[in-house]
Design a protein around this ligand. Structure first.
Ligand SMILES: Nc1ncnc2c1ncn2[C@@H]1O[C@H](COP(=O)(O)OP(=O)(O)OP(=O)(O)O)[C@@H](O)[C@H]1O
Ligand SMILES: [Mg+2]
Length: 321
């Protein structure tokens, strides 16, 4: 049996004329905290529904640890838990009772994990309150507690922090980080780059049902072109060094500084070249928060085919460009 937690290949979901998910390929490896990032309507929930075997794909396949959730149903979800959109509970029952019922339905020794799950999401003190009176953040945490009853190796979470206040978001991040540190593989969807940036090492960025980037966040960051302003002890001489440096574009003197476009690695090399030319750096200022820019560019461009993606990433995005 494959040990790869998630392998989606050529996944398509068509609703009439709408292609909600359009040939999505996605691989989540063991130990990943994987971010599935995209704006509203991009197809995140629909993809997760197919992964959990809740809806049939129009085309393509999903394998969770090598098993097909569509063909094998519940058996394929052994070791997998999570929720799409909002976790569902009986509002007139207490949190503890809700979990006890779920555990009884799941069978096995799940009942023995109710208290531990409540504790893990810090709801022990409110466990005898009716879920109907729970705040949004408490419900999301209870959703994770319900998932933990199954002792998952893979956790699939659809926008777990959306709608939470900043403190609630931080608590959710801490909780997910802790679960990941305990060895759980996590796939979480989000429309917030900052959230994914804090939690995830690998991402798929989805737009209008299509993956426009899949890979390490660090590679995406490194390829993001930034503008920088540089001041040195001799700007005229430094300009010549900048112009000779590979990976630096549009260098020109603007007031007391040199402005240029470059990626992070080119700037690193430039700093060495400046020192070799006996020039001292007085100030170096990045001009824009470019990962954010890149995300908007990737998800809001006119059509996916027209995205002007940094050259180094073209191979990663492959045929979807
Ligand atoms: N049951 C359905 N019937 C018709 N269209 C649907 C259905 N489910 C989803 N869609 C459409 O598929 C597209 C993707 O929806 P989806 O809910 O997967 O997006 P999302 O990325 O989860 O968005 P959000 O961030 O708003 O949750 C949307 O255009 C949506 O209207
Ligand atoms: Mg959604």
């Amino acid at each position: 049996m494959s040990q790869t937690p998630v392998e989606a290949r050529g996944l398509v979901k068509q609703y009439g004329r709408i292609t909600a998910v359009d040939h999505v390929d996605l691989t989540v490896n063991r130990g990943d905290v994987y971010g599935f990032l995209g704006p509203n309507g991009a197809g995140k929930t629909t993809t997760l529904r197919m992964m959990l075997g809740l809806i049939f794909p129009t085309a393509g396949t999903v394998r969770l640890f090598g098993r097909d959730p569509i063909a094998e149903g519940a058996a394929a979800l052994d070791g997998v838990a999570g929720f799409v959109e909002a976790p569902q509970f009986y509002p007139y029952l207490t949190a503890r009772k809700n979990l006890q019922m779920m555990a009884a339905y799941d069978g096995g020794d799940a009942s023995s994990r109710v208290e531990e799950s409540l504790k893990s999401v810090e709801l022990t003190g409110r466990a005898d309150d009716k879920v109907g009176g729970y705040s949004h953040g408490m419900r999301q945490r209870l959703g994770i507690a319900a998932a933990l009853l199954r002792q998952p190796k893979l956790l699939l979470l659809d926008e777990p922090a959306t709608g939470l206040d900043p403190g609630g978001m931080r608590d959710m991040r801490v909780l997910i980080r802790r679960l990941a540190d305990d060895g759980m593989t996590v796939l979480l969807s989000s429309h917030l780059l900052a959230e994914v940036e804090e939690l995830c090492d690998r991402v798929a960025i989805v737009r209008a049902g299509r993956i426009v980037y899949e890979g390490a966040l660090i590679d995406l960051k490194a390829s993001a072109k930034s503008a920088y302003r540089l001041r040195t002890t001799d700007n005229a001489k430094a300009l010549k060094v900048c112009e000779a440096q590979a990976g630096i574009a549009s260098a020109r003197i603007e007031g007391a500084a040199i402005r240029m476009e470059a990626n992070e690695s080119a700037m690193g090399e430039l700093s060495v070249a400046l020192i070799e030319a006996s020039l001292q750096i007085i100030a170096l200022m990045p001009e824009t928060a470019t990962l954010e820019d890149l995300f908007f560019h990737l998800t809001e461009g006119s059509t996916p085919g027209e995205i002007d993606f940094p050259a180094t990433q073209a191979s990663v995005v492959g045929e979807h460009l």
